[in-house]
Design a binder for this molecule. Structure first.
Ligand code: ARG
Ligand code: MN
Ligand code: MN
Length: 309
């Protein structure tokens, strides 16, 4: 069911073996593992036409040529990679295909969401994460840009010339979060000051996931007529469910809550882009890696229409 995508329904896989937005090696292997686990075949099995011609080859910038800007680490690399991703995602979206971006770290969302908003200016973003990823140049403690993409998309915080290609196309009332539980003090302030709607794990516990997804969509998409970009950080799930990720935080979404979100977004008929981020296959034992990769694949399937019955 889809209001915006063209028939035959086409999923264009944007594989992004990229880890420059955070310090832990291995997250660049996420997309490779997801594809090797059979994701392409699984989506074809759901009836999608799937386009995938290999993972993105990103230009490399050696560390010496990319010193920090303020606290920001690998700024030029992150900027250029996300810009390339924005073009890829925007290109697919404009053709009426569904870009499915496999990360890679969440700094890539600066690119994916820019691409979506280029094609669908009226789109809204549903961001599923343990983290708000909304630090600015002023508030970031870690300097890891995967903790910052939302602030760039909103155009808040001081501008960094190296990122001038990122247009502030996202309005604060067009993004909603679900799953938050590790939000920095500066980020909490930003969320309040900008009136950004967020459903933390507290609200998931209080209302249940069904009501939370409904309230989240009522906020960003009251008439259910806007295209939806779903950006799913696998660390939104509890570490017992998805252990193989760089910044796990306990007290997360259950297996079913994660899948329920994806199922509901698909049933809305409004999905136009999907990100599945932060699967890091080098951070756990083989069984945990396999479990996390399998869940990555099943979340994507749920978001692309797989049903339980
Ligand atoms: N995409 C993520 N996993 N982000 C984690 C961000 C953690 C922390 N808030 C930071 O700014 O560094
Ligand atoms: Mn996260
Ligand atoms: Mn994230």
């Amino acid at each position: 069911m889809s209001r915006f995508l063209k028939e035959p329904l086409t999923a264009s896989i944007v594989g992004c073996p990229f880890s420059g937005g955070q310090p832990r090696p291995g997250v660049d292997q996420g997309p490779i593992h997801l594809v090797e686990a059979g994701l392409i075949e699984q989506l074809s099995g759901l009836g999608w036409k799937v386009q995938f011609d290999g993972h993105h080859q990103f230009e490399e910038i050696n560390a010496a040529a990319d010193p920090p800007i303020g606290k920001l680490k690998n700024p030029r690399l992150v900027s250029r990679v996300s810009e390339a991703v924005a073009k890829a995602v925007g290109g697919h979206a404009k053709k009426g295909e569904l870009p499915v971006t496999l990360g890679g770290d969440h700094s890539l969302a600066m690119g994916t969401i820019s691409g979506t908003l280029e094609a669908y200016p009226e789109a809204c973003v549903v961001w599923i994460d343990a983290h708000a990823d909304i630090n600015t140049v002023e508030t970031t403690d870690s300097g890891n840009i995967h903790g910052m993409p939302v602030s760039f998309l909103l155009g808040i915080g001081s501008a960094v010339p190296e990122f001038s290609w990122v247009k502030p196309l996202l309005k604060s009332e067009r993004i909603v979060y679900i799953g938050l539980r590790d939000v920095d003090a500066g980020e909490k302030r930003i969320l309040k000051e900008n009136n950004i709607k967020a459903f933390s794990m507290h609200e998931v516990d209080k209302y249940g996931i069904g009501k939370v997804v409904e309230m989240a969509l009522d906020h960003v998409n009251p008439k259910r007529d806007r295209p939806i970009h779903l950006s799913f950080d696998v660390d939104a799930l509890d570490p017992s469910v998805a252990p193989s990720t760089g910044t796990p935080v306990r007290g997360g979404l259950t297996f079913r809550e994660g899948h329920f979100i994806c199922e509901e977004i698909w049933s809305s008929g409004l999905l136009v882009a999907l990100d599945l981020m932060e699967v890091n296959p080098s951070l756990a034992d083989a069984a945990s890696v396999q479990q996390t990769v399998a869940i990555g694949c099943s979340l994507v399937r749920s978001a692309l229409g797989e049903t339980l019955l």
